[in-house]
Design a protein around this ligand. Sequence first.
Ligand code: ADP
Ligand code: ASP
Ligand code: MG
Length: 403
Amino acid sequence: MAKKVLKFGGTSVGTVERILHVAEIIKKEFVAGNEIIAVVSAMSGKTNELIEQSKKISDNFNKRELDVLLSSGEQVTSALLAGALIKVGVNSKSWLNWQIPILTEGDHSNSRIINMNIEKINKFLSEKGVAIIPGFQGISKFGDITTIGRGGSDATAVAIAKIFNADSCEIYTDVDGVFSSDPNKIPVAKKIDKISYDEMLELSTLGAKVMQSSAVQTAMMYNIPLEVKSTFTDREGTKIFSQENIDYTKSVTGVAYSKDDAKITLLGVEDKPGVAANIFEPLSRNNINVDMVIQNISPDNKTTDLTFTIKREDLLNTIDIIKKNKNIKFENMNHNDKVSKISIVGAGMVSTPGVTYRMFRGLAEEKINILAISTSEIKLSVIINEENTLKAVKKLHTIFDLD
Ligand code: ADP
Ligand code: ASP
Ligand code: MG
């Protein structure tokens, strides 16, 4: 007998028929003698629909009320799944975040799970019941309902696996596992059988939404093995665990991309100590994360050009802050929000020379201009014009033998 956490994403519970199908998957695991805690997302599209409704009332909808609103999506699927299990003869019960409770800290829309009461649920499991818990939400120490960031049901599942000391944490989704790139955009992408936490963390941070990055981070911190698999096929999924258990035959494991970046260039910036600090300090004070920075070599030692990238949603705010900044002088500012970030990720990169050169050569062959570059031990990211995104991903996928 094993204690298992099974998480079902939005598409997996997207209709009542699919919820009945999920109930059959759970029943099979339960009849095999396992203790099951199931975590569910809202039906696919529901969270976005609720956000749109709030925007019709106000672009600045009250954050506390937004969390009450958004958590309702998962409430619906929890009750439907528990009801479906009861219908197929399995004892089941759902609990909402405040009934457990799932304690969180941090701001509305962006909280973190810090603890959970395990008594009621463990008692129910020992009485041969299947427990259903809504993902994505919790309650603050002030008793307010909170949510834990988009895609957060993954993080709920991992937190439950940790707190309940589960034997496994399985993430059921609408693809067969983690692929070398998004299989819905790059049909030749291949499923990865095993991947390390570090690589998965890079891939998800850089745009692969199949796993939420903070969930991967928690799993890595507590060494909780994860498995990503399909709700709709019986194929083997992808195992995510620590690096020691993986042999690397390839330098690059996957290619990720995101389209939510923007680039700002300041031309003719004074070239003297402290200028970069003066530019970035007010951005950090306003919680604007700067990703890549490039400073050109100054031809005359007087002025230089500085380019940096930020999240697209922060663009207008950033421009405003720079315009109002009395501590910096520059001749001109331009910006581009039609850029995307393409990244190659692989733990094998550390021991393979020439990866950087091959990436740049490949993009050049496709006549794709690189606007900014950033590297770490196991990833290499470039900013390019957004219109070239898929062309670049396909090319890199091919040259690093991932097709
Ligand atoms: P869920 O609702 O089950 O949480 P998500 O939509 O959050 O599912 O994540 C699954 C989706 O992630 C897939 O449908 C796929 O389009 C996308 N995706 C992006 N990159 C990858 C990748 N490298 N491997 C697998 N899927 C990916
Ligand atoms: N329903 C939430 C979202 O769409 C959480 C999740 O699906 O994981 O972001
Ligand atoms: Mg998801």
